[in-house]
Design a protein around this ligand. Structure first.
Ligand code: SAM
Ligand code: DTB
Ligand code: SF4
Length: 332
């Protein structure tokens, strides 16, 4: 690859990309996507909530925060065997990445964590990329997850530093950045993105993208979620995210981080196939599949399969980067 990835973007440059005429932006992002990636390939990840609800944090969007009455069934940490059964089903349905989510503020060094480490080992043995999203991590915990075979860790910045305290008061932006640092130090790939529709300004979105695109290494995956408004949370009445905002956000992320997997994440049940196709055109190359995200609905495997057929997309194989790296090493 002789095209350079840039980590020295300025806010002004990002502003000018984000604010460029929409069709021009989509065209440029699609062109860049084509030079860095196989545009027919879309990574298919499946999510499973391994510990649901009862969370002590106050994230204003989240159905799992204990302090909001959202009608969620609180569930203790699942058994390993049950989780592996779900992972097998996801694999059989064509997923190559399995992401386990827990409604924890942070990981604690206890038997629950040991159980999660066993789950990671089990899913890794099945030949899938394993991802977790468990809240804040210390460097030591990140290393333990890496040793168990963790491939990626999801930890979102959600919004800009400036807007963060409007959304969450029980932790800081720096707490988030520290965990991301610990994940990097452990050699685990980083999955980090955000949500649009939280009441943020365009400037906040640009600032969040700036933080992601100026990290010493771009996150390997950047999920862009549209807020799923949840009854009982402070954001229950927020307006539906405009599809054009989603497309603009995805295209800008693609322009800034051309090699990253940009994930069209929460919010797909409200989008038509034509709208999703625009997102793929603008550079999205990853989705969550399976009829549930963590607690909210998502299109079924069957619906997505027929969308892939229609649009001529194919699922990306697992561990593709490693295979490429090994091939290059052999050829060198
Ligand atoms: N507790 C861990 C944490 O906060 O990092 C992991 C699970 S948490 C549910 C994972 C991510 O889901 C959040 O960072 C947020 O970006 C996303 N999320 C949660 N509720 C959402 C909603 N209603 N709409 C869109 N995205 C949401
Ligand atoms: C991410 O960025 N989106 C996913 C995953 N990472 C963990 C979660 C979306 C959750 C949507 C609300 C729910 O289903 O509870
Ligand atoms: Fe939800 Fe995670 Fe916030 Fe807990 S820490 S309320 S699970 S987003």
């Amino acid at each position: 690859m002789n095209q350079q990835l840039r980590n020295n973007w300025t806010i002004q440059e990002i502003e000018s990309i984000y604010n460029s005429p929409l069709l021009e932006l989509i065209y440029k992002a699609a062109t860049l996507h084509r030079t860095f990636n196989d545009t027919a390939e879309v990574q298919v990840c499946t999510l499973l909530s391994i510990k649901t609800g009862g969370c002590s944090e106050d994230c204003a969007y989240c159905p799992q925060a204990a302090r909001y009455t959202t009608g969620i069934d609180v569930q203790a940490l699942m058994k390993k065997e049950e989780v592996l059964e779900y992972a097998q089903k996801a694999k059989d349905a064509g997923s190559t990445r399995f992401c386990m989510g827990a409604a924890w503020r942070e990981v604690r060094d206890n038997r629950d964590f040991d159980r999660v480490l066993d789950m990671v080992k089990g899913v890794n043995k099945m030949g899938m990329e394993v991802c977790c999203t468990l809240g804040m991590l210390t460097e030591d915990q990140a290393k333990k997850l890496a040793d168990a075979g963790l491939y990626a860790y999801n930890h979102n910045l959600d919004t800009s530093k400036e807007h963060y305290s409007e959304i969450i008061s029980t932790r800081t932006y720096n707490d988030r950045l520290e965990t991301l640092d610990n994940v990097r130090k452990a050699g685990v790939t980083v999955c980090c993105g955000g949500i649009i529709g939280l009441g943020e300004t365009h400037e906040d979105r640009i600032k969040m993208l700036f933080t992601l695109a100026t990290m010493p290494e771009h996150p390997e995956s950047v999920p862009i979620n549209a807020l799923v408004p949840i009854k009982g949370t402070p954001l229950e009445n927020n307006a539906k995210v405009d599809i054009w905002d989603m497309v603009r956000m995805i295209a800008t992320a693609r322009m800034l981080m051309p090699k990253t997997m940009v994930r069209l994440s929460a919010g797909r049940t409200d989008m038509s196939i034509a709208e999703q196709a625009l997102c793929f055109m603008a550079g999205a190359n990853s989705i969550f599949a399976g009829d549930k995200l963590l607690t909210t609905p998502n299109p079924s495997f069957d619906e997505d399969n027929s969308m892939f057929q229609l649009l001529g997309l194919k699922p990306r194989t697992a561990f593709k980067e490693e295979k490429q790296y090994l091939r290059e090493a052999v050829e060198a």
